[in-house]
Design a protein around this ligand. Sequence first.
Ligand code: ADP
Length: 168
Amino acid sequence: MPETSAVYPGSFDPITNGHVDIIERGLEVFDRVVVAVLKNPKKRPLFTTKERVRMIQEIFASKREVEVRAFDGLLVDFARAQGTRVVIRGLRAVSDFEYEFQMALMNRSLAPDIETFFMMPSVAYTFLSSNVVREVAGLGGSVEGLVPAPVLRKLRSKITGSKKVQIP
Ligand code: ADP
């Protein structure tokens, strides 16, 4: 049987346990998941592209079926270059729906051969976003249990280094 694969794109600034949950669910369905880290998200990222890629690589170091790549440009072009026809996106709540619906249909009009798969995370992660993690950590709150250990370490050094606040 040919190998099945999917691309999971996002900013991952930083990757959270919600993203990890979606990647693990993706691995139940696809042989290979390519995590595609957007190089230039609209907002100025907290972590550089290299840092975001490295953290994800560290988290999935033991899983050869997870590849991490930085990308910019059109997602459908990137997906094709990776030899995949599937894009995975996570859906947390109704609030995600409108944007995701727009993107999926725009990508379909650009590339009818590429399909978007939506996956729901565990209920525990439906409230979780990179944005909330950045805000809470920046104000000195604990984000333990919300992000993988390498992210926790990196957040501690980045935020204590720049703003002199403590993250427990
Ligand atoms: P973007 O910058 O495009 O919003 P993100 O990096 O935040 O992307 O997320 C990438 C994908 O992961 C999106 O489809 C987003 O909806 C999904 N996602 C983000 N956080 C979670 C979560 N806690 N549970 C499930 N999916 C999530």
